[in-house]
Design a protein around this ligand. Structure first.
Ligand SMILES: Cc1ncc(COP(=O)(O)O)c(C=O)c1O
Length: 422
């Protein structure tokens, strides 16, 4: 038995065999630096997948800030702390002026749970609209609206789902696809109103990451926002995957999508691996919620988290990571487009910034097995990527934002070779 197989057996006997692991033969990383990871066997892997280590694995600035603050003071949030306020101001300055208040949490799930709670209280309604292939977190509320992952809880009676169209798959005229989707939304809203749930919120990832980064019709996001607001609901943008410059050129996925939500939730990259999340909203919404609830979260937004979050923002700025994501993303996307055009089993290139994919299909039928072979082929070439989408047929290439010029040819070379194997 290999060392990794032995560790997996111990893991199965403790954590259990149900907690997912990537790859047919799972990897065990023992060290990380920048965009490189070292496996227990000493081999180096290029990280083309992980968005949590946003500014790079074991980033020096983040580690120093964490250690320095932890060695000075860490305390819950019921005392004044300048660093927490400094960080809040810095983070809020990246939003449109209307989004000027922040509530901290410890995970993306917590942030989405809180955003939904706020929306319920403000609207007096419980109805929620989500995409029909999405994931927003682990709580009961979120399990009842999970459509993109196996959950035992059935969809809540107050939940309606919307199929997000993909113009790379649907060959009909764009206007027809848009009209059909918005009519579906109208019907969903009408049914929530008819059954007395009302509309408290829509909850979407502005990039539709889990859905496989569909190419949506122009006007879809604006149409959703307009209809949800008209029905009295709030618009929540789940930026757990799409935020912090991922799209290249835009700090937030909702800016990329051209809309201003009522509530923005964020997590994963925010603390570069340190567990932290937030809900950003307006003064009016916070006043409504804050004045009616004694809301307090022990660990959320503590000084160490603030130091880490601040270091992430400073590092992004110092290294120009958003601009780099835009530049490298455009370069990579051009190559992905070329690969799509030259391989008949690749239907389309997907994504923007440093979140890219290739959608595999044979004779118009999604081909997840080919996507899986490429993911394993990349692994054999020591490059990490994964798959997404309702058919798991879309490659998920979403490296740390610290990904650099030197690494791009390595990733693209491994991808080209892995496609040639098929
Ligand atoms: C879009 C989105 N929202 C929310 C979550 C939940 O975040 P967390 O696992 O930090 O609770 C995830 C996690 O994968 C996610 O991808």
């Amino acid at each position: 038995m290999t060392a990794n197989a032995a560790l997996k057996a111990r893991r199965d006997r403790t954590i259990g065999p149900y907690s997912p692991l990537f790859y047919d033969e799972p990897l065990q990383f023992v060290r990380g630096s920048g965009v490189w990871l070292e496996e227990a066997n000493g081999e180096r892997y290029l990280d083309g997948y992980n968005n949590v280590p946003h500014v790079g694995h074991a980033n020096g600035r983040v580690v120093a800030a964490l250690a320095e603050q932890a060695a000075t003071l860490n305390i819950h949030t019921r005392y004044l702390n300048e660093r927490v306020v400094d960080y809040s101001e810095r983070l809020l300055s990246t939003f449109a002026p209307r989004l000027d208040r922040i509530l901290f949490g410890n995970s993306g799930s917590e942030a989405n749970e809180l955003a939904l709670r706020i929306a319920r209280q403000l609207t007096g309604s419980t109805g929620v609209i989500v995409s029909d292939y999405s994931y927003h977190g682990t709580t009961i509320t979120l399990a009842e609206l999970t459509t993109g992952l196996r959950t035992r809880e059935p969809l809540g009676p107050h939940v309606r789902t919307l199929r997000i169209p993909d113009l790379d798959r649907d060959q009909r005229p764009e206007a027809e696809v848009l009209a059909e989707t918005l009519a579906e939304l109208d019907a969903a809203i009408a049914s929530l109103l008819d059954e007395g749930y009302g509309v408290s919120a829509s909850l979407f990832d502005p990039l539709f990451s889990t859905e496989g980064m569909p190419r949506v019709p122009e006007g879809l996001v604006a149409g959703i926002v307009e209809r949800v607001r008209r029905a009295g609901g709030l618009v929540i943008a789940d930026e757990v995957q799409s935020g912090f410059g991922r799209t290249g050129g835009w700090m937030w996925g909702h800016d990329f999508a051209g809309m201003t939500p009522d509530l923005v939730t964020m997590g994963k990259p925010m603390g570069n691996g340190h567990p932290m999340s937030a809900v950003v909203t307006s003064e009016a919404i916070l006043d409504e919620f804050g004045s009616r609830n004694e809301f307090f979260n022990t660990f959320a937004g503590n000084p160490v988290s603030a130091a880490v979050g601040e270091a992430v923002l400073l590092e992004m700025e110092a290294e120009g990571l958003m601009d780099r994501a835009k530049r490298l993303g455009a370069e990579a996307r051009a190559e992905f487009d070329r690969l799509a055009a030259t391989h008949d089993f690749v239907r389309a290139a997907k994504g923007t910034g440093l979140f890219l994919g290739l959608d595999f299909a044979v004779d118009g039928v999604p081909a997840p097995e080919l996507a899986k072979r490429v993911v394993e082929g990349m692994k054999a070439r020591n490059v990490l990527i994964s798959r997404i989408g309702r058919d798991e047929s879309v490659l998920k290439v979403r490296p740390p934002l610290a990904f650099g010029e030197a690494e791009l040819p390595i990733l693209l070379g491994a991808l080209t070779d892995s496609l040639s194997d098929i």
